[in-house]
Design a protein around this ligand. Structure first.
Ligand code: SF4
Ligand code: SF4
Ligand code: SF4
Length: 296
């Protein structure tokens, strides 16, 4: 099948079709939001590859699939076959690339938030949008950060804050032993929470056999300007909000802000100050009624 060179150039620019080193072959990157793929789609990929004599795929760090070693003429019919199972091309350059998420409350016992509905919303609204810079969005349902969301241009982290309940603490120390941050100590037979050390992982909340510690509503921390690669940077905290709906809208606002004010040729991390990140953060905190950290 003849390949339209302009379409090929466009797809190469998007990073969906990647020329391989030292050959005329190409790798095709797919769009698999959150790495979630149905059995039918998995079988569809397997069938499409096997009928073309292709033997292996590569699972990427961004939860997607790459199909390597493709001659150009094999790409269009392969994409047509994959499209029948709802699998389409990915993206990797100056745009919103494959959005990643951990399993959240669907499976992980440490999770503080569900991730699947937020992932679906953000993928539907933003995947593939052209941007002045590459924008990775990642969601982790607790501060363990399995998705390295704080090393992404936009990160969402699920939190729960421990709150001392009324009742008799027996000073058994179970909660203190659970806390990896040494944020809980026993003082004169009483539990004392140090909120300056607490990362709101929520692990102590379910540990108390007497239900002395309860959890706040789930919270969503949105961070901006993280970066990985050869000079990694932790994203700056933008806001903490108390609902998935607000978190989604905050991310929408961040995407629009980046689209309007960022420029090509430099990473988002390096541009934040010139984009008046502080002014933007102040507006977002006010507009979305940010959840304050508890004072110690
Ligand atoms: S980030 Fe937290 S909730 Fe998500 S998979 Fe990792 S440990 Fe589980
Ligand atoms: S929420 Fe996590 S960090 Fe905070 S006190 Fe509990 S276990 Fe420690
Ligand atoms: S809060 Fe609960 S787990 Fe922690 S020391 Fe008191 S009784 Fe034990």
């Amino acid at each position: 099948m003849r390949v339209n060179p302009e379409i090929l150039r466009f797809l190469e620019q998007k990073g969906a079709i990647i020329p391989e080193k030292g050959s005329n072959l190409h790798t095709v990157r797919l769009r698999i939001p959150g790495g979630i793929i149905s059995t039918e789609q998995l079988l569809g990929i397997g069938r499409a590859l096997r009928t073309r004599g292709l033997g292996a795929v590569h699972l990427t760090t961004r939860q997607t699939i790459e199909i390597p070693h493709l001659a150009l003429e094999k790409i269009p019919p392969l994409l047509k076959a994959l499209g029948k199972t709802g699998i389409y091309l990915g993206a990797e350059h100056e745009e919103i690339v494959n959005i990643t998420a951990c399993p959240g409350t669907d499976r992980c016992r440490l999770s503080n938030i569900p991730t699947n509905t937020l992932l679906e919303r953000l993928d539907r609204l933003h995947f593939g949008r052209e941007m002045p810079v590459r924008v990775r969005i990642a969601i982790s349902a607790c501060p363990n950060g399995c998705m390295s969301e704080r090393l992404s241009e936009i990160g969402v982290t699920g939190l729960r804050e421990p709150i001392r309940n009324e009742g008799l603490c027996t000073a058994c120390g179970t909660c203190a032993n659970t806390c990896r941050e040494k944020a809980i100590t026993m003082v004169n037979g009483r539990l004392v929470l140090d909120y300056t050390r607490c990362v709101q992982c929520g692990m102590c909340i379910d540990s108390c056999p007497f239900h002395i510690i309860r959890g706040s509503k789930p919270r969503y921390l949105v961070t901006v300007g993280g970066r990985r690669g050869r000079h990694p940077v932790i994203g700056r905290e933008l806001v903490r909000v108390d609902s998935e709906e607000k978190a989604g809208k905050v991310v929408d606002r961040v995407v629009d802000w980046i689209y309007r004010y960022a420029y090509s040729g430099s990473t988002l991390t390096d541009q934040l100050d010139s984009m008046n990140f502080k002014g933007f953060r102040d507006r977002i905190i006010k507009e979305f009624a940010a959840v304050e950290n508890r004072e110690p």
